[in-house]
Design a protein around this ligand. Structure first.
Ligand SMILES: NC(=O)c1ccc[n+]([C@@H]2O[C@H](COP(=O)([O-])OP(=O)(O)OC[C@H]3O[C@@H](n4cnc5c(N)ncnc54)[C@H](OP(=O)(O)O)[C@@H]3O)[C@@H](O)[C@H]2O)c1
Length: 317
């Protein structure tokens, strides 16, 4: 049960990764300012969260079932909260999809949009009317740098996050009129099950329908660079949780929150050339012509910085 002075924070996708660490960090707030409703689609996956939450469970943290792909599940969860009152909604649940487009079934693509895009819409539609009525609340969406800049072989995942960004840009303006804040968290690579699932997936898949050259570029050119980038620049889920907590606590929360400053120049590149050619060609050269050089420079960066680049998060002001 939350106390009247505590903010009720509902987070989706808390069985692992970023959602789990957000739930633990907010529930263990020293001033006990939050009551966290950590949700997941399958409560059998709760153990890791409960172990990490320690004594907060049952005090500042409670659990609830919520599948963002089910209208009924979303409604049941929100109806189960006292007065349906949510102060902060964190839309974190998401799935990835990587690989040559030709080998991905349209059904798989739809399930990415069902979770990453319509999952957020379902949550917002259920919670936003009460926030508007109360003239207060904060909706947070975990997007990605891939929602701002497309990355080769991540066509569908990236598109789902771009869709989310467009949705948020529209809604944020209307919500201001109701004193409801909308913020996006835009991480670069983060070490979570997301990365592990991607690597596992790639090992198991055959990529039927894709020609041998494309499969070669995907497996032998893109994947090694992706692993390099994760190893060198990847942040921890705690970095993202810390950044999100600062966004919640800011007196004037920012709309966009890139968590990794190393991605700022990549985004700037896109807006520096209105034809779009600069970023398309820069990415092409980086991947196909400078791949080996990039591998060496990433290794050198890891060596020189003892891996500390991985753990830096930018604190939004
Ligand atoms: N890791 C990265 O590099 C990275 C970078 C940028 C943005 N992000 C974003 O960060 C968010 C969290 O990802 P993560 O890295 O923490 O990955 P993760 O460890 O795989 O966590 C994803 C969470 O989403 C949950 N989920 C999936 N489908 C769901 C559904 N239908 N209903 C409710 N929950 C569902 C998963 O639950 P189950 O245990 O039931 O599968 C899991 O708890 C995602 O939106 C992702 O796009 C991640």
């Amino acid at each position: 049960m939350s106390s009247p002075v505590q903010k009720v924070v509902l987070i989706t996708g808390c069985s692992s990764g970023i959602g789990l660490r957000m739930a633990v960090m907010l529930a263990n707030d020293e001033q006990k300012r939050y009551h966290v409703i950590a949700t997941m689609r399958d409560l059998k996956r709760k153990d890791k969260l409960l172990e990490a939450a320690g004594e907060a469970y049952g005090k500042t943290l409670s659990l609830a079932v919520l599948d963002v792909c089910s209208d009924d599940s979303v409604k049941q969860c929100i109806d189960g909260i006292k007065d349906r009152h949510v102060d902060v909604l964190i839309n974190n649940a998401g799935i990835g999809l990587v690989g040559p487009l030709e080998s991905i079934r349209v059904e798989e693509m739809k399930s990415v949009f069902e979770t990453n895009f319509f999952g957020v819409i379902r949550m917002v539609k259920e919670v936003m009317p009460d926030m508007k009525r109360r003239r207060g609340g904060h909706i947070i969406v975990v997007s990605s740098v891939m929602g701002l800049q497309g990355v080769v072989f991540n066509d569908i995942y990236s598109a789902s996050k771009f869709a989310m960004e467009g949705f948020c840009e529209c809604l944020a303006v209307q919500l201001l009129k109701f004193n409801v804040t909308l913020s996006m968290i835009e991480p670069g690579p983060v070490h979570t099950e997301f990365e592990a699932k991607m690597i596992q997936d790639v090992r198991e898949k055959e990529y039927p329908g894709a020609d041998p050259d494309t499969v070669h570029y995907f497996k032998n050119v893109y994947l090694p660079s992706s692993v390099d980038i994760f190893e060198t620049l990847g942040q921890t889920p705690d970095d993202i949780a810390r950044c999100t907590k600062k966004v919640i606590e800011a007196s004037n929360p920012r709309f966009r929150n890139l968590t990794n400053p190393r991605y700022t120049p990549i985004i700037a590149l896109k807006y520096a050339d209105e034809t779009g050619g600069l970023s398309v060609h820069a990415f092409y050269h980086m991947l196909f012509n400078l791949g080996p050089l990039m591998h060496i420079s990433m290794k050198a960066m890891r060596y020189m910085t003892c891996g500390c680049l991985r753990n830096r998060a930018v604190a939004p002001t």
